[in-house]
Design a protein around this ligand. Sequence first.
Ligand SMILES: [Zn+2]
Length: 145
Amino acid sequence: MTLYVGVALVTAAVLLFILYPIVKGQHASLEREDDELTDSEARKRLALLALRDVEYDFLSGKLDEEDYRSLKNDLTSEALAALEEDEAARESRGQGEHLDIEAEIALMRASLKGGLDCRECGFSNETGSLFCSSCGVSLSSPIAG
Ligand SMILES: [Zn+2]
């Protein structure tokens, strides 16, 4: 069942890609180090993005299974190699994490959460609220009657 091993590897790689900054960045300052992407980090990102595209292409029928497996194997080993290299590079530099992904996730969360600002008091209500949690004004009615 090599396909399932491959799927598990890809899933792990994508999860690492997503979770690494969150897990590793919990104690990190929000101030980002002023540095560029390292080669290994850039490679990792490219490989993971390409992996995602391969998954989509396969699911949407653009790739046959043979191409899919071969592409995925290549990209997975590329991504994993870059991941390891990147981690080694981080450790050797002894510096903090790259927080750009974390910042993106925070922005995404904020945009999901802060859907309804009260026009009366400015309180940021959760998406789907009918009334302002702070002053009770209706959030669904238009601003000008
Ligand atoms: Zn309000």
